[in-house]
Design a protein around this ligand. Sequence first.
Ligand code: URP
Ligand code: ZN
Ligand code: ZN
Ligand code: ZN
Length: 524
Amino acid sequence: YPESNAPLGVSVSKFSKNHILSSQHRLLIKGGRVVNDDGTTFADVFIEEGIIKQVGLNLIIPGGTKTIDATDKLVMPGGIDTHTHLELAFMGTRAADDFYTGTKAAIAGGTTTILDFVIPTKEQSLIDAYNQWRERADSKICCDYGLHVAITHWDEQVGKDMEILTKEKGVNSFKVFMAYPGTFMLADDDIYQVFAKCRELGAIAMVHAENGSVIKELEKEMSKLGITGPEGHLLSRPEKLEAEATNRAIMIAEQTRCPLYVVHVMSKTAADKIQEARLKGQVVFGEPIAASLGTDGSQYFNKCWHHAAAHVMSPPLRNDATTAPYLMDLLANGSLSTTGTDHCTFNINQKALGKDDFRKIPNGVNGIEERLAVVWTKGVETGKLDINQFVAVTSSNAARIFNIYPKKGRIAVGSDADCLIWDPKATKTISASSHHQACDFNIFEGLHCRGLPIITIVDGKIVYDNGQLNVLQGSGKYLHTACYADSVYQKLNKREIIREQLIKQQHIEREPYTGDVIVISKPV
Ligand code: URP
Ligand code: ZN
Ligand code: ZN
Ligand code: ZN
């Protein structure tokens, strides 16, 4: 922001202003290995005005360019967090991280784009809620962002608003909740309508998959049994109810021929449902999150109330140490596609709203800052993922699905200069005492990570450098995402043509029936 660098009272001419702009905003990343999802090359990367302008060796670089030495380091596209809830009003309180603290933390962890959820209240129009989110985010956000919109009730107006959001507001994804009855949950017939509308608009349907009605009954049972602590949250949300809802959402998506994206995959059996559908050719994507890849549900049985409550989220973490490595295996074999965080943080005193009743503990955990380090540590360091797959599941796949590729998710000429200098040997131990989030607890406390971003570049500027943040509030831009993402809809469009032909072929030409019809005098 060169204007602010000019001495007060000195007017900056157009020429010198441009000159200052470019010399400040030229970067050369030299000597690193450039890692994309489809390959790795030794190359230098030249950045100007927020865009990658050259990638290769022996580049001819203009004077006044700042050079970053990336010897022995990896140069990768910045992470895309597909699932955040910054400053969300939820369960009687508001998430602790706002669009400023949340994206600051994201950047410190190597994430340079977030996709947050607009969640309208039942009384609020989709457009009002969208505008509210834009207002909140635009003034604070430190990196680029896109918005998914949740549909919390269905009627004709909602359908019309979905159309406006896709055609005029840059939204290409809508989420339904199969959980949280009374607030966000939709019944199957309404889910059908939303998915059908998504298909009509070329959008992606997203789902929080859990059988909310059965969970509500099981919660009551826990209360009757005198279980009021956080373990009751897990005990009333069995894995089968996640798998069942995942399967149901997949079936409804199949019937509406709509692409489906399952958010926060927390269990093996839910992941299996996604894998099975993909094996049969259905266009379904699954998103495990930092929490489901980095910790587990044994935490709900911790003696310390707050420790246990801090892990309360829905669907819950599973009390099974094999779930996280299993989900990582499915990321590696392509059955799961992306990684998000569901970052929705609440401080100790907020979690305490449910000190006497686990049903009142605000649901949500952190991850926006830790996701890349967790995926590297649990995925690359264990030999499950190679470095290209790491880029795929932390960045490129999300960019393709949500139609921001190759602007985001790739190191290539013309792409946005959102990149990381990644040190595969760097280590740190995660702690709430040193994290950048606004929350006073970290579910990954004590996790020793290997593989970290040492420099984060957003929009061609170094915003994180070896522990030092240099972000600017409100500098991030809103991403208008277009519908009909090629990697989602190309196949579906083709299938639609074939389906119509097949249906027409099954149409039977008949002579009209001309015989007698009984007369019904009174209802039988
Ligand atoms: O517990 C969670 N996941 N909190 C955030 C809201 C949601 O369901 O994604
Ligand atoms: Zn309405
Ligand atoms: Zn959810
Ligand atoms: Zn969520």
